[in-house]
Ligand binder design. Structure first.
Ligand code: BLA
Length: 510
């Protein structure tokens, strides 16, 4: 039974965060059965409408909403039949109340869930028109970091939160703060990485379906849904509920960070969760559903800008590789050896495929620059590669896993990208990367005392950073698709050059 589920730091992945049976105080929730009879309400309906829960339970929904609103809901039943379908209405009247409400409607199991948030003033009709000028500011950004930085600024404008971060998920579900924009101009978390467990697997799955959550006040106890269980004996599934209360574990994390309100907005790319805008405020902060909807739209449009940027980066790799080929051929036409020529363009290779060291092994000769294994260490590695890889490019971010001897030189080289450059399996270019924990720095002041809560120091970003470092021990940063693609192009270029050299040699012999 979910009510008996006790969360601790070892079972976070199993906390049923969609079934906590509670809403935040900024809204009220009612759930109706298919005949539109109110079966559940949050106990704060008394604050939101001045009606006691018992006066609503068992009554038709039309006791609460006017017939015009009811008709609009029924006209949208096809949207609501979609598993992630949500209908939004702004500035709606409610019977007996003197305010306007924003409402959100969705289907959850056998129930239709309707949430009401009172508007504090009149409707803010300009909010959607704020989005497009902000998106225009992103359109000229060709570099991912620039794009993310500008998006963080725009998001801070639109949301009014003190601090906005762009958090990007990595292939292992850990995350990295790509951009940070703060009202105090500080850099607290920029460039830092956090382990996958900080945003557990069920939360990431939920954030793909429900794109925005607002935690308006970490000290809000929220309000229970009554009765707590449906006929099937389970609490209502609140996955798509905009007033859903959040995990107490995460609340403690936020408190330890000194944050009193948090809003995160999913950034989707190709149907996957690419990252989040993580917005924080040092005081409680509520923003209404209409503005939250505009913010969601901004995040949505931002995804298109991300795809455009990625497309540009891919095209750039092709151009850079072509340029590299021209340069190599020019060097060699000047009568330089391949080794000489390659070492000459190593900075250009660096630009296309970031690395910390490079080895060239050709015709039994070893050349190296930067942080690499020594010649002796390389021979062991080459024996492994000769048996393990064929003629294709091979990359690993955890070399010691497949080649235990690499533990000896892990401080210099934790990951390699091996490019076989001759038909014979013996010649290689090997690009090396240092361990990842050496290449990131703690952005804040590591000497500041860490605040702890009932679950100890674990729930702080500082401790998360340490845990991330433990998790990635012995790893380099991963070789992304762009690097692998560039390496493949480089291999083709070099094979061609090799063929020319061999042909020329044969010609001379004749
Ligand atoms: C949710 N954790 C989250 C969210 C973020 C983070 C952004 C989304 C909810 C929100 O909008 O605040 C994590 N926030 C971060 C990180 C930074 C940040 C990494 O600002 C870095 C700067 N969290 C833990 C541990 C557990 C955990 C150890 O650190 C459990 C073992 C749980 N985090 C947790 C859960 C949620 C969460 C359960 C979901 C909250 C919800 O939506 O109900």
């Amino acid at each position: 039974n979910n009510a008996d589920f006790q969360v601790d730091l070892t079972n976070c992945d199993r906390e049923p965060i969609h079934q906590l049976g509670r809403v935040q105080s900024y809204g009220a929730l009612v759930a109706v059965s298919s005949d539109w009879i109110i079966q559940h309400t949050s106990s704060n309906v008394a604050d939101i409408f001045d009606i006691e829960p018992n006066d609503l339970l068992g009554k038709p929904l039309t006791e609460l909403i006017v017939s015009d609103t009811f008709d609009r809901i029924r006209q949208n039943l096809s949207i609501l039949a979609n598993p992630s379908g949500v209908v939004r209405m702004f500035g709606v009247i409610v019977r007996g109340a003197h305010k306007l409400y924003d409402i959100s409607i969705h289907q959850s199991g056998k129930h239709m869930v309707i949430e009401f948030e009172p508007k504090s003033g009149p409707r803010d009709l300009d909010v959607t028109s704020e989005v497009y000028p902000l998106i225009n500011r992103l359109q000229h950004k060709l570099d991912l970091t620039d794009l993310a930085r500008e998006a963080a600024r725009c998001m801070r404008r639109l949301s009014g939160f003190d601090s906005v971060m762009v958090y990007q998920f990595q292939p292992d579900a850990s995350g990295r703060v790509l951009a940070e924009d703060r009202a105090d101009g500080d850099r607290r978390y920029l460039g830092l990485n956090f382990p996958a467990s900080d945003i557990p697997v069920q939360a990431r799955a939920l954030y793909k379906r429900s794109l925005l959550r607002l935690i308006a006040d970490v000290n809000d106890e929220g309000s229970l849904i009554v009765p707590p269980q449906t006929h099937s004996g389970e609490p209502i599934d609140l996955s798509l509920a905009v007033t859903r209360s959040v995990s107490p574990i995460h609340i403690e994390y936020l408190k330890n960070m000194g944050v009193q309100a948090s809003m995160s907005v999913s950034i989707m790319k190709n149907g996957e969760l690419w990252g989040l805008f993580a917005c924080h405020n040092h005081t409680p902060r509520y923003i209404d559903y209409e503005r939250r909807t505009a913010i969601e739209m901004f995040a949505h449009l931002f995804s298109y800008e991300l795809s455009r940027q990625e497309e540009h980066a891919r095209a750039q790799v092709e151009i850079d590789s072509g340029r590299l080929q021209t340069m190599l051929i020019a060097h060699m036409a000047d009568g330089r050896s391949l080794a000489d020529s390659l070492m000459n363009v190593s900075e250009d290779i660096e630009r296309v495929i970031p690395h910390d060291g490079i080895i060239l092994y050709t015709d039994g000769k070893f050349f190296s620059a930067g942080a690499t294994p020594t010649e002796d260490e390389f021979y062991g590695l080459a024996r492994m590669l000769d048996t393990r890889i064929g003629t294709a490019v091979y990359g690993t971010d955890h070399l010691s896993k497949i080649h235990p001897d690499a533990e000896e030189f892990v401080k210099r080289c934790a990951g390699i990208l091996a490019i076989p450059i001759s038909k014979r399996p013996r010649d290689y270019i090997i690009l090396c990367r240092r361990p990842i924990e050496q290449t990131v720095q703690w952005a804040g002041d590591p000497n500041k005392p860490v605040e702890t809560g009932p679950n100890g120091v674990r729930l702080t970003p500082r401790k998360s950073f340490d845990i991330w470092k433990e998790n990635v021990f012995g790893h380099s940063s991963p070789w992304d698709l762009g690097s692998l693609h560039a390496a493949e192009l480089l291999r083709t270029v070099l094979l061609e050059i090799f063929l020319k050299i061999t042909d020329a040699a044969n010609e001379e012999r004749r």
